[in-house]
Design a protein around this ligand. Structure first.
Ligand code: FES
Length: 163
């Protein structure tokens, strides 16, 4: 069956089993491997992507749930890797082993899209489903606060700027 949706701003149609987890479709059929498999049970957040701007666990959502919707992965968060969350992550050297970090970044970006000035409690709540086995939580919280300083004025780079 063909499942069609918008992926990182462009249309895509995948010939897949509609019950296939979205994560497999993204990694194995769309070739986007930035989204990671970890627990496979929606418990750790490594596989977080956005569907219509909402963070979701792509390891348990069937690809058919994305039909007709907008899916954003870490590869599409910004054209040039300069979303404020990505910049803050680099500036504060958040990542350790890195495995969980695309999911962390996608959850943080979704939080700041709806709450550009979150409190510590709001950050903890929004990020509580994203586990980091390296324990980078302190740097994650700092980076979200750093990103909050610029997220409201950030404008995505145009295609010409990134060419
Ligand atoms: Fe290693 Fe989070 S940086 S699991």
């Amino acid at each position: 069956m063909t499942v069609s949706f918008e992926l990182n701003g462009g249309p895509i149609s995948l010939d897949v089993d509609p019950e296939m987890p979205l994560l497999w479709a993204l990694r194995d059929f769309a070739g986007l491997t930035g989204t990671k498999y970890a627990c496979g049970k929606a418990l750790c957040g490594s596989c977080t992507v956005h569907i219509d701007d909402q963070p979701v666990r792509s390891c348990v959502i069937p690809v058919s749930a994305a039909a007709g919707k907008n899916v954003t992965t870490i590869e599409g968060l910004s054209e040039d890797g300069n979303h404020p969350v990505q910049v803050a992550w680099r500036e504060l050297n958040v990542a350790q082993c890195g495995y969980c970090q695309s999911g962390q970044i996608m959850s943080a970006a979704a939080l700041l899209a709806t709450n550009p000035s979150p409190s510590d409690d709001e950050i903890n709540n929004a990020m509580s489903g994203n586990i980091c086995r390296c324990g980078t939580y302190g740097r994650i919280r700092k980076a979200i606060k750093r990103a909050a300083e610029s997220v409201q004025t950030w404008e995505p780079a145009s295609a010409e700027e990134t060419a």
